[in-house]
Design a protein around this ligand. Structure first.
Ligand SMILES: [Zn+2]
Length: 338
């Protein structure tokens, strides 16, 4: 698309008023061949280049509050970008925060409160560890014991993809958690260790929250795929409790929410409605897209542009920021809010 120049002619059509970028891990690349979760990370060098590019552009980097103000006051004189980092990983503090502070750029980080409580289950990383550390795995699939060879990198990649897909297809989040807990118990992987080793502590978060550049947002308590939770009350409690816990810990009430996982299978109209009823100013999905004026009516269903391993090349990002890439992905549907 870049070489076709398509993003130039599409710009007036789909350029939008701004964009929210979604990032996860920021850390130097690791040499391991098997890294199925690599799409959730970028390198500090890539972030540095992205921030330099934004500084040269006529795009304002703004906080979520400022984005919200622009929507409420219909102030779209300049295009804007919000930088958001999900899950509160420690690598953010070490690698991303210094770059943002040096340039005085506002940012938001979304905390699932079970992570600093050290009770969170980062099950996608636990699954990666089980497959990385074993040459053969047994697992109950659809009620029967099955065994899989996973000695080579290729087998590990394929098996991760298959099991991940199987888990995501499960009807409830509880089933996913049970299956991963069983697997971890069999293969001596400590599920809690990922949260302990990779996520910011309460003290880290409190220090970060003191910086006026930082917006701490709610990301539920247990980081569940909310759309799969049958009870409305539980969905509401996940959002409300995480806000209350963050407020108690930090002395400031979070006004923005990001839905865990956040794609179309994870958050839908019920979740958008509950976030609005709870009074969040904005709630963010990971549905791909740039922002339009009309999103003023859908502030608890905002799309984001994922900045991840697949898009580490600047020209991809350029296309995405013009809105053309996601417009193609959306087949030109301008809004995805149902
Ligand atoms: Zn998350």
């Amino acid at each position: 698309m870049y070489f076709s120049g398509m993003h130039h002619w599409m710009r007036p059509l789909v350029g939008g008023v701004g964009a929210i970028l979604a990032l996860h891990h920021v850390r130097p690349a690791r040499p391991d061949a098997f890294q199925p979760n690599r799409p959730l990370e970028i390198t500090p060098e890539f972030l540095d280049r992205l921030l330099r590019r934004l500084a040269r552009s006529r795009i304002d980097v703004v906080s979520l509050d400022e984005m919200h103000r622009r929507y409420i006051e219909n102030d779209f004189a300049r295009r804007f970008v919000c930088l958001t980092f999900d899950d509160g990983y420690s690598d953010f503090l070490r690698w991303a925060y210094p770059l943002l502070r040096e340039r005085k750029l506002p940012f938001a980080t979304f905390i699932a409160t079970s992570f600093p409580d050290r009770l969170g289950e980062l099950w996608w990383l636990a699954l990666e560890a089980v497959i990385a550390r074993n040459n053969r795995i047994g697992m109950v699939i659809n009620g029967t014991d099955q065994y899989f060879e996973c000695a080579t990198t290729r087998q590990k990649r394929e098996l991760y993809g298959a099991i991940y897909g199987y888990l995501r297809s499960m009807r409830t989040e509880e089933e996913v958690r049970h299956a991963v807990r069983d697997l971890c118990a069999c293969y001596n992987v400590d599920v809690a260790s990922f949260c302990r080793d990779l996520c910011m502590s309460w003290q880290d978060i409190a220090e970060l929250a003191d910086d006026p550049l930082c917006t701490i947002g709610a990301h539920t308590v247990n980081h569940m795929v909310l759309k799969k939770v049958s009870s409305d009350a539980t969905v509401r409690a996940e959002m409300e409790m995480s806000r209350a816990v963050l407020e108690a810990a930090l002395g400031k009430r979070p006004e923005h929410l990001a839905f865990p996982v956040g794609d179309v299978t994870s958050a839908g109209s019920r979740e958008f409605r509950i976030a609005a009823e709870l009074g969040f100013k904005t709630a963010l999905t990971t549905r791909p897209g740039v922002l339009y004026k009309v999103h003023r009516d859908y502030l608890t269903a905002l799309p984001r542009i994922s900045v991840n391993g697949e898009f580490q090349r600047q020209r991809y990002l350029k296309v995405l920021m013009s809105g053309a890439g996601t417009a193609v992905a959306n087949r030109f549907r301008r809004l995805s809010v149902a």
